[in-house]
Design a protein around this ligand. Structure first.
Ligand code: ATP
Ligand code: MG
Length: 743
């Protein structure tokens, strides 16, 4: 079926054809035949790279152009939301609608907001979590959504992300039962069950646009699924290295999945030496430049140094321990073909389009404390394998598992390559997870009686798979807790949320965190310091188990704890009575100490090394802390406590920027982080007023500043820059960039 023959507006056809797509892929054709363009609900389960996004795009834009509808596109990860947003932006640039351009928005941040500005967008790309938080605010524009696209819906099976997704879908359907649903999924064995739940048609296909050969590598020979085999030229002792060299020789790139961040980095190092030898000189020169870029993109740390070192060899690693900027640079470089081998943790397994001719699955096992090693699911294997051979980049792809013995090779072939992906199951029925959803159901007016709550939960995937009776007990237990904590109140049959309950729901925190904050604030310690608040928020469940102390560190933290004993809102537990709680407490003290070091402007590298945390974890802790301080600031007045309002607000801002108090006003300017802020401050520009009067050339000459930032600063503080001065500086900057590139 040709794009030009589709029953869609001409402008839409033109945009798609212009992007290089002229014919539909078979799964896309099937979706059209299932009347998805006429508003029918559909679950499309189709292999990786089979073009599921285009079906969503066709539906969405036809819907907008012909019915004036409003579309929400749900993704499980922020990174994926960004990628999808970039993909669909082309429509906004070209399509006119009632004399205006189509408008497309993205919303993934701040969970305590209605984002009323989203009202003016026709299509909104977002994450499941953000959508959940918007529903808690009952943003008005949500009622007008008429098409929901749920991408990667097989993640219903994910213990953390799955429940949010099913709640969001159940709520959207409750608000507007006639909303069209289009769910996109990998092939799984119970697609029909999901389709029944969503009252949708289902399509399952096995079609892929690019052939994907799956096989097992043993002693430099690949055994493929189809029974054929291929010998790999033996250059080195290590088979994986030989496979990689073979792919590069044929002009391809490799994506290698490892199970942990550490093994991703180790693997990259292992390959680097041999890959470097294959690089042509001009590429090497260009990689030198990129390595420098990595070093200046963020604060310089051991991790960024080792990443830069690898990039010089055409190799890199990618995992959640990297900062966002570094991740983006690495992804772009891989897309441009400059990085030949990228090692990654499974976070890169979902939905992304990368030019990997070969996917090497280095570890098929995961390790979990308490469980030991266990094999990954077939579903996860298929997702990783599916990153190989993406239509935009390659004509064929290969996904290879590594075996050490013939027995292991047989096992891998049977258990992954020839195996059917598992059924997926709802993960909703866990008290910790349901707690905030039960509260939100009342607080955001989705129900006003216990019966109503049951009715709402009976619309979830859980109730479809099991029985609502199975979770009635959990609901009753949660309700009792929420009454006791004064977040809900009852009058006769009807239940309503108190002001506190409403606010807790909107703040998107676990009710238990709110209780921790309330009870803590009641018992003021002898000395209230920044550390007091940082520890209090580290004590809430929403901080998560991010920073665990390691064994050799326990004594040092215990000493710290003793030194600051009189500053904690929460009593230090007895070491001998309850060892587990005591160690947990030490972990909280560690988290608080790390955050304290962060706002005291200790270098990122110093923090990372001293506390053995990774940049990604530091970032996550900072994000969580910012959020919980915001919650503390918002909730304290409801607990009748206004004493700490200024302190918690300032602390939140300092945590966000990672700076001392004195630096806050200039660190808030756009483009100035903690490091540049300190340079500027130490040069004598301590206030906005100082910057307004600063001589431009003097600012430009400061280390790490340069003309672009200097101008940006001046624009923000209202200082005047003559056009001539600016042009002169711009020329100098161009020249400097050129010299750097040649070098
Ligand atoms: N009809 C088509 N003709 C040519 N290319 C297409 C067509 N449809 C989609 N593509 C391209 O195929 C690539 C993969 O599509 P897409 O990202 O939608 O895959 P997917 O089915 O969502 O896979 P995954 O399960 O991995 O998310 C994209 O680069 C897209 O531009
Ligand atoms: Mg996809």
């Amino acid at each position: 079926m040709k794009i030009t023959d589709l029953p869609i507006p001409d402008q839409l056809k033109e945009t798609i054809v212009k992007s290089g797509i002229t014919e539909l892929y078979p799964p896309q054709e099937e979706a059209i035949k299932a009347k998805v363009l006429e508003g029918k609900n559909l679950v499309l389960a189709s292999p990786t790279a089979s073009g599921k996004t285009l079906v969503a795009e066709l539906c969405a834009f036809k819907h907008i152009l012909e019915n004036g509808g409003k579309v929400i596109y749900l993704t499980p990860l922020r990174a994926l939301a960004n990628e999808k947003f970039d993909e669909v932006r082309k429509y906004a640039d070209t399509i006119e609608f009632h004399g205006r351009r189509i408008s497309i928005g993205i919303s993934t941040g701040d969970f305590d907001s209605t984002d009323y500005w989203l009202e003016r967008y026709d299509l909104i790309v977002t994450t499941n979590e953000k959508a959940d938080s918007l529903l808690r605010h009952r943003a008005k524009w949500i009622d007008t959504i008429s098409l929901v696209v749920a991408d990667e819906i097989h993640l219903l099976n994910d213990a953390e992300r799955g429940p949010t997704l099913e709640i969001v879908l159940a709520r959207l359907l409750q608000i507007n039962p006639s909303t069209q649903i289009l769910a996109l999924s990998a092939t799984i064995s119970n697609v029909d069950e999901i389709a029944e739940w969503l009252r949708a048609e289902s399509i399952t296909t096995e079609w892929r646009p690019v052939t994907l050969k799956e096989g097992v590598l043993l002693n430099d020979e690949i055994q493929y699924k189809e029974g054929d085999s291929r010998k790999i030229e033996k250059k080195m002792k290590d088979s994986a290295t030989n496979l990689i060299l073979n792919t590069i020789k044929s002009g391809g790139q490799v994506l290698a999945f490892a199970s942990t961040r550490k093994s991703a980095a180790t693997l990259a190092k292992k390959f680097a030496g041999e890959i470097e030898k294959t690089l042509p000189k001009p590429l090497k020169r260009s990689l030198e430049h990129d390595a420098e870029r990595i070093l200046v993109a963020d604060e310089r740390t051991r991790i960024s140094e080792s990443l830069a070192e690898l990039v010089r060899c055409g190799v890199a690693f990618h995992h959640a321990g990297l900062g966002g900027r570094h991740r983006r640079i690495i992804e772009d470089m891989f897309r441009q073909g400059k990085i030949k081998v990228l090692t990654a943790t499974p976070t890169l397994a979902f939905g992304v389009n990368l030019p990997a001719r070969t996917v090497l699955i280095h570890d098929y096992r995961r390790y979990e404390v308490g469980y030991g090693y266990y094999p990954i699911s077939v579903l996860e294997y298929k997702q990783m394998a599916g990153r190989a051979g993406r239509p935009k980049y390659d004509k064929h792809g290969e996904a290879i598992l590594l075996a050490k013995t013939a027995d292991e090779a047989d096992y891998l072939l049977e258990s992954f390559i020839l195996a059917r992906p598992e059924r997926i199951w709802s993960r909703l029925a866990v008290e910790r997870i349901m707690r905030s959803h039960v509260l939100a159901t009342i607080a955001a007016d989705f129900a006003c009686t216990e019966q109503g709550i049951h009715e709402f939960f009976s619309k979830t995937f859980y109730a479809h798979q099991y029985d609502i009776d199975a979770i009635k007990n959990i609901i009753a237990k949660i309700l009792k807790y929420l009454y006791e904590q004064e977040m809900l109140e009852a009058s006769g049959n009807s239940i309503s949320a108190t002001r506190l309950g409403k606010r807790v729901s909107e703040l998107y925190i676990d009710p238990v965190s709110a209780v921790t904050i309330r009870d803590s604030l009641k018992c003021e310690p002898t000395r209230v310091t920044d550390l007091s608040f940082l520890h209090m928020i580290a004590h809430t469940p929403d901080m998560g188990p991010v920073l665990r102390p390691y064994a050799q560190e326990l004594d040092e933290i215990a000493v710290q704890m003793e030194e600051h004993r009189e500053e904690f809102f929460i009593d230090v537990p007895d070491e001998w009575e309850d060892r587990v709680t005591y160690e947990e407490f030490l972990g909280e003290v560690k988290t608080a100490t790390v955050l304290n070091a962060w706002i005291e402007e200790k270098g990122e590298d110093e923090i990372i090394e001293h506390f053995r945390v990774q940049p990604g974890d530091l970032f996550k802790t900072v994000e969580n802390a910012k959020w919980l301080l915001h919650a503390t600031h918002e909730l304290a007045p409801l607990f009748g406590n206004r004493k700490f309002l200024a302190q918690t607000l300032q602390l939140m801002e300092r945590v966000e920027k990672g700076v001392k108090m004195e630096l806050l006003s200039i660190a808030k300017l756009e483009g100035i982080g903690r490091v540049r802020g300190r340079v500027i401050f130490n040069a004598g520009y301590k206030t906005i007023e100082d910057l307004r009067h600063a001589d431009l050339q003097n600012l430009v000459n400061l280390p790490l500043v340069g003309p672009r930032l200097a101008r940006k600063i001046k624009e923000q503080v209202g200082g005047f820059v003559k056009k001539k001065t600016w042009e002169k500086l711009e020329k100098e900057d161009e020249w400097r960039q050129k010299v750097l590139a040649e070098f």
